[in-house]
Design a binder for this molecule. Structure first.
Ligand code: COA
Length: 335
């Protein structure tokens, strides 16, 4: 892990930005090791949420320094009451009582998210011990979508044979409509640009340019049309974004197949950003690529939020956490 030049370059870029990332799962040794690596390598300033004594013992045992790492125990934090009040004010119209806000602010994922909302950290990486839903829910409720006209989606980065591929949405939106799918493609384009790459987006289907029939292909064709129209807006002028669809995965990735199935397309055969028609295709496709292709997988990163909060797989290694911290740092940049 962390072998690819791709992720090493991301780490180099992250080091220049000097951001603060909160890791709320201080009870997990992989998270503590990642905190140590991120600090030693100066990837980000790290705040760990957890028990100071326990974390101190672990660092002592390893012979690592805690000098540059801040540890916060939410239960005794000077900001707890302020965060609970903030949460209550943000959610009371949704039916949250003050009593429940006080309890919820103690939940480490909520506490970390409230730190970001309060400007006390720039981003958060969690999920080594939590489900995607538990990591993502506070972000959706507190940080919210950056744009009123678009929802939040997710993006995995798969480094396969040294080359990065960006996969979306494999983790959040279960059955996106054509409009939502177009928005997912546009958000993915923004994320890929922030990571310093040029998005060549394939809107994936079981059909290439009308070769297959059915509602699924119709939806992707419609999404492609909507995304292409949106890309004509002034906000995208001059941005190196290419998008095409609907394309089958082989036409998207293989130059020989692309010549036969979509010879006119500038994306077919060269795609690096793969937009799946729904979460089933995306999640299964992504895990198959990882397992059979022996690829490095990072994410899911959330995109479209007002500030970056990212999710880990529960089977992650410390190095995966380090990689995701670096990616999170890059997401803090303005579009
Ligand atoms: C993301 C997810 C967790 C949200 O579920 P949830 O908490 O039940 O969501 P709810 O529908 O109750 O919505 C909670 C809030 O998030 C908002 N929200 C939900 N999905 C959103 C999206 N895609 N974009 C922006 N906001 C969203 C809702 O509007 C709501 O906001 P509000 O409370 O301020 O009105 C859910 O879509 C999900 O479970 N997705 C699949 C996750 C998964 O299993 N992935 C596979 C493994 S990686």
């Amino acid at each position: 892990m962390l072998e690819s030049k791709y992720i090493k370059d991301i780490i180099t870029k992250a080091k220049k930005l000097n951001k603060t990332i909160v890791l709320p799962e201080g009870e997990d040794e992989r998270v503590l090791e990642a905190a140590h690596i991120c600090t030693e390598e100066k990837i980000a300033k790290i705040i760990i949420l957890g028990n100071k004594e326990e974390i101190g013992k672990f660092f002592d045992k390893k012979g690592w320094s805690l000098d540059k790492i801040e540890i916060i125990a939410p239960e005794t934090s000077e900001h707890l009451a302020e965060y609970a009040e903030l949460l209550y004010n943000l959610r009371k119209e949704k039916g949250l009582s003050k009593e429940d806000a006080d309890k919820l602010a103690l939940n480490y994922n909520y506490f970390g998210t409230l730190m970001i909302k309060s400007g006390h950290a720039d981003g958060m990486v969690s999920g080594a011990n939590h489900s995607t839903a538990d990591t993502v829910r506070p972000a959706l409720q507190i940080i919210k979508s950056a744009r009123k006209d678009r929802g939040v989606s997710s993006l995995f980065i798969m480094v396969c044979n040294g080359k990065p591929y960006y996969l979306s949405d494999c983790a959040i939106n279960i059955a996106p409509t054509a409009k939502e799918l177009a928005d997912i493609a546009l958000e993915s384009a923004e994320t890929v640009l922030k990571l310093g790459d040029k998005p060549r987006i394939a809107m994936l289907s079981y059909s290439t340019y009308g070769s297959g029939k059915g509602e699924g292909a119709d939806k992707v064709r419609e999404a492609t049309k909507l995304a292409k129209e949106a890309l004509l807006a002034p906000e995208y002028e001059g941005k190196p974004i290419e998008l095409d669809g609907e394309l089958q995965a082989d036409a998207a990735l293989d130059k020989v197949v692309a010549k036969k199935k979509a010879p006119e397309s500038t994306v077919a055969g060269h795609a690096n950003t793969l937009i799946f028609p729904n979460i089933e295709a995306g999640n299964i496709g992504c895990k198959l690529m990882q397992r059979l292709g022996n690829a490095e997988l990072y994410g899911p990163m959330l995109q479209g939020l007002n500030a970056p909060i990212n999710d880990l797989s529960r089977g992650c290694f410390a190095e995966d956490i380090v990689g995701l911290v670096a990616l999170t740092v890059l997401q803090t940049q303005d579009k």
